[in-house]
Design a protein around this ligand. Structure first.
Ligand SMILES: [Zn+2]
Length: 143
C-alpha cells in the first residue's frame, strides 16, 4: 500500500509499505478522506507537544471504511463508515502512532465512531477539527 510518511525534519515521502496486520481488538480501515492540520505542519518540522520519532504516518482528521475486523470486534462490520478519536491515552493518533494518511491503517474499535449516513466522507474528516473548536468554545463558556 502507499502511505505518506514524514521521514525527517521537513522531509516527506510517499512510500510503499505492507498492509498492516490487525490484532483481535483492532480494525483495518481504508482511508476515504484525510485532512491536513497545522499540527501536521509542526510535526513535519520536527516539533510536536509529545515525543515522537520519524518515520511517522500523519493524519488525525479522517474518515474511513472498515475493510477487516479482528476476531474480538463486535458491532462493526466490513463496509461501515467511521471516524476516530485522536488522543488515545498517552498516544496521539497520527503523531506518536501511525495515522490515516495511508491507503490502509489500523485502529482499535474503542477509538471509533460510526459516521451517520447523512454525512459525507469529507464531513466525516471534519468531525475532529469541529470537535476541537466546539470543545474550546464550551470550555471558554461561549456558545
Ligand atoms: Zn489537528
Amino acid at each position: 500500500m502507499r502511505a505518506l510518511q514524514f521521514i525527517g525534519d521537513n522531509r516527506a515521502a510517499v512510500t510503499e509499505l505492507d498492509v498492516p496486520v490487525i490484532g483481535a481488538d483492532e480494525v483495518l480501515l481504508a482511508s476515504r478522506r484525510v485532512g491536513i492540520c497545522h499540527s501536521d505542519i509542526e510535526l513535519l518540522a520536527g516539533r510536536y507537544i509529545i515525543p515522537f520519532e520519524f518515520p511517522v504516518i500523519p493524519g488525525h482528521e479522517w474518515s474511513a471504511e472498515v475493510v477487516r475486523a479482528g476476531a474480538a470486534v463486535r458491532g462493526l462490520s466490513v463496509g461501515d463508515r467511521v471516524v476516530g478519536e485522536c488522543v488515545i491515552g498517552a498516544d496521539h493518533f497520527g503523531f506518536s502512532i501511525s495515522g490515516a494518511a495511508a491507503e490502509f491503517f489500523v485502529a482499535k474499535q474503542s477509538w471509533l465512531h460510526l459516521l451517520p449516513e447523512n454525512l459525507s466522507w469529507t464531513q466525516g474528516a471534519l468531525v475532529e477539527p469541529f470537535s476541537c473548536g466546539y470543545y474550546a468554545t464550551v470550555r471558554s463558556g461561549q456558545s
